[in-house]
Ligand binder design. Sequence first.
Ligand SMILES: Nc1ncnc2c1ncn2[C@@H]1O[C@H](COP(=O)(O)OP(=O)(O)OP(=O)(O)O)[C@@H](O)[C@H]1O
Ligand SMILES: [Mg+2]
Length: 775
Amino acid sequence: MGAPATFRDEVADRFGLLPNFFCSAQAAPGLIERLWDFAKSAYLDNPLPSLFKERLFVHLSRFCAVRYCIVRHVGFLVGHGRPAGDASVQPEGVDDVIALLRRPVPDAKALDTILDGLCARTVAEPVPAPRTELEHDLFDVLTVLFLAPIGSGRAREAVRNAVGDPTLEFLLAFMAFIRAAHYWTETHSHLTYEADALALMERHPKLGELLLDPREAEQTRGTLEQMRALATLRESEERFEATVRTLQQNLQVQEAEAGELGRYRLLIDAVTDYAIYMLDPNGRIVSWNQGARRLKGFEEAEILGQHFSRFYTEEDRAAGLPARALATAVEDGKFEGEGWRTRKDGSRFWANVIIDPIRNSADELVGYAKITRDLTERHDAQLALERTREALSQSQKMEAVGQLTGGIAHDFNNLLTAIIGSLEIARRRATDASVIRLIGNALSAAERGSSLTQRMLVFARRQELNVEPVDIVALVHGMAELLQRSLGPSVRIETRFPLGLPRVNTDANQLEMALLNLAVNARDAMPQGGAVVVTARPEILSSAQGRLQPGEYVCLSLTDTGEGMDEETLARAIDPFFTTKEVGKGTGLGLPMVYGLAEHSGGQLILRSEQGRGTTAEVWLPVAKKTAAGTEANAPPQWPYTEQRRLIMVVVDDDSLVLTNMAAMLDDLGHKVFEASSARQALDILRRESGVQLVVTDLAMPGMTGLQLIQEIKDTWPNVPVILATGFAELPPGVDPRQITLAKPFLQQDLARAVEIAMTAPDARRVLSFRGTRR
Ligand SMILES: Nc1ncnc2c1ncn2[C@@H]1O[C@H](COP(=O)(O)OP(=O)(O)OP(=O)(O)O)[C@@H](O)[C@H]1O
Ligand SMILES: [Mg+2]
């Protein structure tokens, strides 16, 4: 007994005796005091009822077969010492203690019922009185908890439900002490029974037998093992069931998801207008829908595993577009674009493409979703619309510029008509050689000016055309020498014409001029020389094309091997006054003239050019209709030229310059001329002067117009022919188709011819147009 007297006194004081338990471990000073502290806090001072504690101590010690503990605490129960150090506890009868020691252990089913019962309790109660059913139930469940602390969650929950949280904590602390006491006892084999305990067993042999019988101990231990196994089995069963339940739930979820996936698959496959498929992170195809099959022509089996770049055109592949599309999808979260894609058969379609990256829950890239739509039709329609819009705005621009140009050219025309006319007369009357030369210079300059206004007028379609069936092959061959001279020796000319090319409706002279303009452009584009090919081919349009109506055409084209034009130049080449040539070298009116002629003839001018690759100008002209007799309509009339006569005539024009000039020309031809500056004045002269044989009148005049004058003359002097001189290409409605017209500006010889016709065939007035024949 090395323990300090105070400690031993304290223990004895609490228990009413000094148990041998506290006499061991003397070799470790200080330790036993701490064990005593533990005993006090978890056992003696534990607020659970003392008798309950003592009975539980005995009950649990039985399962561990710790004989000393069973005997000592049974001793406390029957009045040897104080149960749980509590002097107020009344001792139990020996039979009660025997009943406690003999209490059977429940089987698994019974334990299950007990657990359910405890769990079903709705109100937590403090620990029950001794020997009640609840105490027994609690002991059984606490046994499970005591023997198998791990895996006995259900037992713990049952106790918690029955007694409440704080009581459970006190119970657990108490059981911890019992376990420590068991451990201490088992490991101190020299521990002996106290004298009072031995005396007790002697006095109660039945109790002694029970306490010391090792078989009883073995039996209890066996049952205990079974219970422990059952408890854990029960637990694992529960866990298993729970696992099965979870698995089943998962399975249901998966099945539902699978069903959903199936439905998605069906949905995606039902979409036939969109190619919807997936790519792996490297861009290889891993799924394929009906739409993809329809759009791209590949079966699923032949395309899975292939790289999606195979749908791109070769150029796009070379430019690295497929890789860039994936990179954009990753960087921006999405790629969207349009472009040409190829089908299995090699054909192309205009595609709208969307690529979305797909990431897993860890945000790693696992692939791409790709949706492709065929927008070829929309794209084509869009292009057609743009082309139409462009053509429309181009034609509106041309129309506006045409009106402006035409207006200016018209005025210039009148001026030049007067200048040329006067110069011609002056040249004839001049005698001094140097004066004649000067007048000649002035004339050729004026004629160049006139040729310019001609171009402007043709462009503006203000120039009256002498439309007739023209044999293009003959025309080109006829001007071969002229062409060659214009192009120079360094340019080779080649002509290719099919046999039996139909004639076209146009103005032969203007067409020659147009060809010359094109040839000169070709020459200018080939400063080092080259080749020019002139060809023509028949074309039949079944539907309108650009501004061409359906019908038969001949496409006359002139191709050079020159420097060509960049896009900007090509777009502006036909604009009037647009030139890239040096100041003074180009007027920018060559192509507009060709354009005007083609349009006015019912055809079209088409330019094709590429920088460094030459230019092709196509002049489309409508084929001339054959008449029943087999000859084309609008055949040029053949007029007999007869001797000139001296006539009396009236000339009418509101422009005094033109009037004087015309009068001078006619006077020069030997006629007697009365000048009138208005229609009214002309009528006055007609009334006043008998014997007027011919009237030459302007069309547009203030007050009474040329047409009204013609009507008046027809009514009053039906035998007096009238020549209508006009600068306008299109005659206003109401003009008699048989009216003889003379297009301004005209030369003296044109005027002479018109007079000739008017006088020699007065009854057979035919539609005739005269125009300046000089270039
Ligand atoms: N065959 C061609 N090759 C390259 N460029 C051309 C060709 N034809 C025309 N062009 C370009 O179109 C522009 C306009 O041509 P256009 O015939 O209307 O006027 P121009 O030739 O400049 O002047 P002009 O005809 O009065 O001499 C030219 O200045 C040139 O830039
Ligand atoms: Mg030109």
